[in-house]
Design a protein around this ligand. Structure first.
Ligand code: SAH
Length: 348
């Protein structure tokens, strides 16, 4: 069997490895080989994007959700969750504020809530796009019918984030109630891509029942699906969920996987996630140094922020807050990167 470094070299060349090879990378990494991976990833990212880091303003439009994902703090069964929904005007106000600070992408994320029907989303997207035609709109609102995605796209939405959560059907079944189907999630992803969205998948690192086998399947899925974006962050337990007693995923493995994904897909948009910034005070910087090139500060109204608790202690202040963009700029400047005012679209 190859060693970790020669497999990373092979990934640079081939942009593809076998399942066994991905598994070998994950199981045999150490500090030195992770650094080797990060250096390769950063070199590749610099060749494609220079030292630019793209920002997205994250607007958490509501935490009412019909789903009951075992890991998620806003799951339906969590009666301790204080529920809210933003109005169209609230959302537009977030965009106004964000535009003034330099955001050119707005991400609307929320629970799966019938109130946010495709028509409703289309109305909001149209309003944002007519007021800010130079901005991109990203949706992250879960599973809809293909025809709904089509109308959202026609209303002007540019991108859609829908983490696949795990590429293994059995593992999917351990993270979700029976009613939620792996096949439907994957169907959504293929529909989104086919419709023309810049599409993002992704997963949590260290989710309960995850193994090096399921992780290699995640990597293989990402390799083959060729998403425009990929969100990966550590699993962090939430005290009012069935997974409250499971350990959090690690920043170290998250960063190693970010490097692998960057090497696999040089042009991918790869965020250093809020979850990574939450488990490690310099997680965001570590993510960027491992090959990430996107950060998504929180642009939600202050009143909504502590209610959108996907996991315990989720950051929404400090450098994670859109209003503190200067702080984030400074932190990234210190490690040699520059936040740019740009839509930051996926490269063809
Ligand atoms: N309803 C939307 C948005 C879900 S929240 C959808 O279905 O896509 C966005 C992401 O947060 C999820 O896809 C999940 O991967 C992540 N998430 C949820 N609970 C989490 C937890 N406890 N720890 C870390 N990430 C979590």
């Amino acid at each position: 069997m190859n060693d970790v470094r020669s497999l990373l070299d092979a990934l640079v060349e081939r942009h593809s490895l076998t399942l066994e090879e991905y598994k070998f990378l994950i199981e045999n990494r150490d500090e030195q080989s992770a650094e080797y991976a990060a250096n390769k990833a950063v070199k590749i990212r610099k060749a494609v994007f220079g030292n630019s880091v793209y920002i997205r303003g994250l607007i958490e439009i509501g935490n009412i959700c019909k789903n009951d994902c075992y890991y998620c703090g806003i799951r339906r069964s969590n009666t301790a969750c204080d529920r809210y929904r933003l109005s169209d005007d609230d959302i537009l106000k977030c965009c106004d504020e964000g535009y003034a600070i330099g955001f050119r992408t707005f991400v609307m994320q929320g629970g799966e809530d019938a109130y946010f029907s495709a028509d409703k989303i289309c109305d909001i997207v149209s309003r944002i796009k007519s007021k800010y035609p130079d901005c991109a709109v990203t949706l992250s609102l879960g599973e809809y019918l293909r025809e709904d995605y089509v109308s959202m796209f026609n209303a002007g939405a540019d991108r859609y984030l829908l983490r696949h959560e795990t590429a293994n059907n059995d593992h999917y079944g351990k993270l979700h109630p029976e009613k939620m189907l792996f096949d439907n999630r994957i169907r959504c992803l293929y529909d989104l891509k086919d419709i023309g969205f810049q599409t993002g998948c992704g997963f949590m690192v260290g989710s309960p029942y995850q193994t090096t086998d399921t992780l290699s399947e995640d990597l293989k899925f990402i390799e083959e699906f060729k998403p425009a974006m990929c969100g990966i962050g550590p699993f962090i337990p939430h005290k009012d969920t069935p997974f409250r007693d499971y350990p959090a995923g690690s920043a170290e493995l998250t960063c190693f996987l970010l490097s692998i994904i960057r090497i696999m897909h040089p042009r991918i948009l790869l965020p250093a996630t809020t979850a990574l910034g939450t488990i490690d005070p310099v997680g965001r910087e570590k993510g960027i140094k491992s090959g990430a090139n996107v950060v998504m500060p929180n642009l939600s109204p202050i009143s909504a922020r502590n209610k959108y608790q996907l996991y315990d202690n989720k950051l929404s202040t400090g450098a994670e807050s859109a209003q503190n963009l200067m702080d984030l700029k400074e932190r990234l400047k210190n490690i040699g990167y520059e936040i740019v005012v740009s839509r930051g679209d996926a490269l063809k």
